[in-house]
Design a protein around this ligand. Structure first.
Ligand SMILES: [Zn+2]
Ligand SMILES: [Zn+2]
Length: 261
């Protein structure tokens, strides 16, 4: 069986009506990998699978729209019914462990241990662009994006089928992503901005629909899923703009959609 990708949320900085922020579930065989855990996405995860049965979580960067549902996820795993067989590996960018502990410290009693807040249900592991993560038959590797904070894009290959999903996370430039996205069967690419205005290339932190299309074309991807979009953006116009650069199939992310990779 080929893997599937389910969009748990594809909104930009805050939730759209009936759509949470960034979170994507990749399933293959009996394995489930969660990419990002943005606000208002845990409820969609729960309509799709038992949240105890996620095999790993990978957070791309420390921005609230990609991480905040990890807090209620932790509370569900601790206090909800059901049993967690083992802590779920939670992969975070380098240097972020202290930020996670500070977030926990702001929520708990001063005498409680902020690290234990997380490690009771998650196995905290930092990763970087040199890391290789294997989850069942899924193998992930990474590359830095240009963003406002350190941010990692992900390429995931399913060993059995050879199918590949690539995820831009948040990114301001196309070129650093082309290698990681090479020949991906499904490319999940943000297209947040309407235009770059006067922002110079070296200061850009997000892509436009044309940028997303250009990445898809340069990397020779199969299907392009555009995401991280404001609800005020017209999906038809977004696709038309992507198509000026990329003539392959284009899908605009909507919450709960499942795509065969
Ligand atoms: Zn961001
Ligand atoms: Zn974002």
């Amino acid at each position: 069986m080929n893997p599937t990708l389910t969009v748990l949320g594809g909104a930009a900085a805050w939730p759209n009506p009936a759509q949470g922020c960034s979170s994507y579930l990749i399933e293959a065989d009996d394995t489930a990998l969660l990419l990002d855990c943005g606000p208002d996405t845990l409820s969609t995860l729960r309509t799709h699978i038992d949240y105890h049965h996620v095999d790993a979580v990978v957070l791309s960067h420390w921005h609230s729209d990609h991480i905040l549902d990890i807090v209620p996820y932790r509370y569900g795993l601790v206090y909800g019914p059901g049993t967690l067989e083992a802590p779920i590996p939670l992969w975070i960018p380098p240097g972020i462990t202290g930020r996670l502990e500070a977030l926990a410290a702001s929520l708990i009693d001063p005498e409680d241990d902020p690290r234990e807040f997380w490690t009771s249900v998650f196995d905290l592991r930092e990763y970087g662009p040199e890391s290789r993560i294997t989850v069942g038959q899924l193998e992930a590797r990474f590359g830095w994006t240009q963003h406002y904070v350190p941010c990692l894009a992900t390429r995931i290959e399913h060993r059995n089928s050879g199918r590949v999903v690539a995820y831009s996370a948040d990114a301001g430039l196309v070129e650093p992503l082309v290698d990681l996205f090479q020949n991906a069967d499904l490319a999940i690419v943000e297209a947040t901005l309407d235009d770059h205005g006067d922002t110079p290339r070296e200061s850009r932190g997000h892509l436009t629909p044309e940028d997303a299309g250009r990445l898809a074309r340069m990397a020779g991807v199969g299907t392009l899923l555009v995401t991280h979009l404001w609800s005020e953006r017209d999906p038809v116009t977004v696709i038309e703009r992507v198509n000026t650069e990329f003539d392959g199939p284009v899908i605009v992310a909507t919450e709960g959609m499942t795509i065969d990779v």
